[in-house]
Ligand binder design. Structure first.
Ligand SMILES: Cc1cc2nc3c(=O)[nH]c(=O)nc-3n(C[C@H](O)[C@H](O)[C@H](O)COP(=O)(O)O)c2cc1C
Length: 334
């Protein structure tokens, strides 16, 4: 499980799923790939220091079927980022390395990285250049439209110009600013207003840069509207609450290829096989099934499915059979 020497796929930015701590782990990505074969996937943020001093194999390994998947790094020390990127290059077939310049948490700020780095464009440019030294593939940046009182367009434009000069050809922009003191990370995802117009303007000013827009995207109409102005859409929370939304996007926004009709029951069956294999290696069932709560969102029996999984998969000896039982349970209820 190294991302596979075979089957490498270039990153898909037209529709991708946002990096989310505690969500976009390898189990969730495996599950999403069964639902949406083409969308791009991102890891949770992994700090360069965690990779250099922690269990790198456990942090980096992924199933070849997840591809294309991008690794998101956190950090602000060019040397450490270069070494972390080189580690990722040493046998893990990621499609891209992305630098987190958008997270506003106190923990991240105390390490002097995440969103606060927007105030230091020269350092971010050095970080991008360092990643590119350690890594032969694409290096990208995920950022906000501003931080605190630095929220005028010129500030964002200068930041983006600096990272583009360092060799970053794709920027992902969460279309709200971050407020570094006084708002929690969760509040920073809802309270500062969304300014999609700012991201559209960025694309107009940097036509050769790939610009991916993120923040509050929840419908097909939202995606169509954004894709007429920028190159890609990144979906975060909606992918957790209603993962089948990604299937609708995948079916609609990519050139149609012949493939079998989508079935949630088939996804459950494949996940049961996957869970059996993972549990035999010591993974707790709940760590896999917690990502599947939203599979039946909007369908009859959705609440029952969720409740059944929450109650039964967390039992100490729970086995992958819980998934089949949960499915029977909602069929009986339907
Ligand atoms: C639980 C959670 C964890 C997140 N973790 C990360 C992270 O590790 N790296 C990152 O760049 N953004 C992180 N984000 C922010 C998302 O990538 C995204 O920018 C944000 O949720 C806005 O997109 P949405 O409105 O589609 O959810 C996180 C968001 C959530 C909800």
């Amino acid at each position: 499980m190294t991302g596979g020497a075979k089957g490498w796929r270039a990153m898909e930015h037209r529709v991708c799923v946002a990096p989310m701590m505690d969500h976009t782990d390898r189990h969730f990505r495996y599950f999403l790939r069964l639902i949406a074969p083409r969308v791009g996937l991102y890891t949770e943020m992994i700090t360069a220091q965690a990779l250099l001093h922690g269990p790198a194999e456990r942090l980096l390994a992924f199933s070849p079927s997840e591809q294309p998947v991008a690794l998101q790094l956190g950090g602000s020390e060019p040397d450490a980022l270069e070494r972390a990127a080189a580690l990722a290059a040493s046998g893990y077939r990621y499609a891209e390395i992305n630098l987190n310049v958008g997270c506003p948490s106190d923990r991240v700020q105390s390490g002097r990285f995440g969103a606060c780095l927007m105030a230091e464009p020269a350092l971010v440019a050095e970080c991008v250049a360092a990643i590119r030294c350690g890594w032969p593939g694409e290096a990208t940046v995920k950022t906000r439209i501003g931080i605190d009182s630095h929220d005028d367009y010129d500030f964002l434009q200068q930041f983006v110009a600096a990272v583009a000069d360092a060799g970053c050809h794709t920027v992902i922009v969460h279309a709200r600013k971050a407020i570094l003191k006084g708002l929690s990370p969760k509040e920073n995802r809802t309270i500062p207003p969304l300014r999609y117009d700012v991201v559209y303007r960025l694309k107009q000013d940097f036509p050769s840069l790939r610009v991916v827009i993120n923040g509050g995207i929840e419908s097909m109409d939202d995606c169509r509207r954004h894709l007429s102005a920028v190159d890609g859409v990144m979906i975060g929370r909606k992918a957790c609450s209603d993962p089948c939304f990604l299937r609708r996007l995948d079916d609609t926004l990519f050139a149609a290829a012949e493939r079998p009709a989508f079935s949630r029951a088939a996804v459950v069956a494949e996940m049961a096989d996957y869970a059996a294999s993972e549990c035999s290696r010591g993974v707790r069932l709940h760590h896999i099934t917690r990502h599947m709560f939203g599979l039946f969102a909007g369908q009859p029996g959705a609440a029952r499915w969720r409740r059944y999984l929450a109650e039964h998969a967390a039992q100490p000896r729970a086995s992958a059979r819980v998934l089949g039982d949960a499915l029977k349970n909602i069929r009986l209820a339907a």
